[in-house]
Design a protein around this ligand. Sequence first.
Ligand SMILES: [Zn+2]
Length: 199
Amino acid sequence: MRNPPALEQLVEALRCLPGVGPKSALRMAYYLLQRDRKGAGLLAQSLDQALQVVSHCGLCNNFSEQEVCPLCTSPARDHSLLCIVEMPSDLMMLEQTQSYNGMYFVLMGRLSPLDGIGPRDIHLDKLLKRAQDGEVEEVILATNYTVEGEATAHYVSELLRARGLKVSRIARGLPMGGEIEHVDSGTLAQAMLERRNVR
Ligand SMILES: [Zn+2]
């Protein structure tokens, strides 16, 4: 006995989520159709809406509904500083510390050769263009202090320094293996203040 085709299709679609195998996809589908049809409707609607209107900011690469996001156009920010983070959640964490008033570039990932994630996948062409806009004077690497975050910082700093840009790395107030997302904002603010030049 098989499930109806539309249900099978839903299960298959749910498997695009990270870490979701056939069994959990089936559980989710049952849950949505049986226990929370209203929530399921809202999910479908929100997903459709987000896909239509959310794209990436042309400058910082963060998610945005505008071509250039409000942070990138803000005259109140220091346009001579460009901070590179892995994910939008890292940007939000740094904003919460209120210790940084410059600009950002969001890689939307980190170099990870084992997972097949290379330079092209973390938008380095876009970053190089952004960093050489003539206004940026210092690039601050705020990738995670994990093996992959460190490798990414190293790779990116080589690229930027080869183009004559001043590069610094947030200080290791962060624990080894530390992910920015999970660090308290006091520690993160300190790491930003104590950033060091990359030589
Ligand atoms: Zn932006």
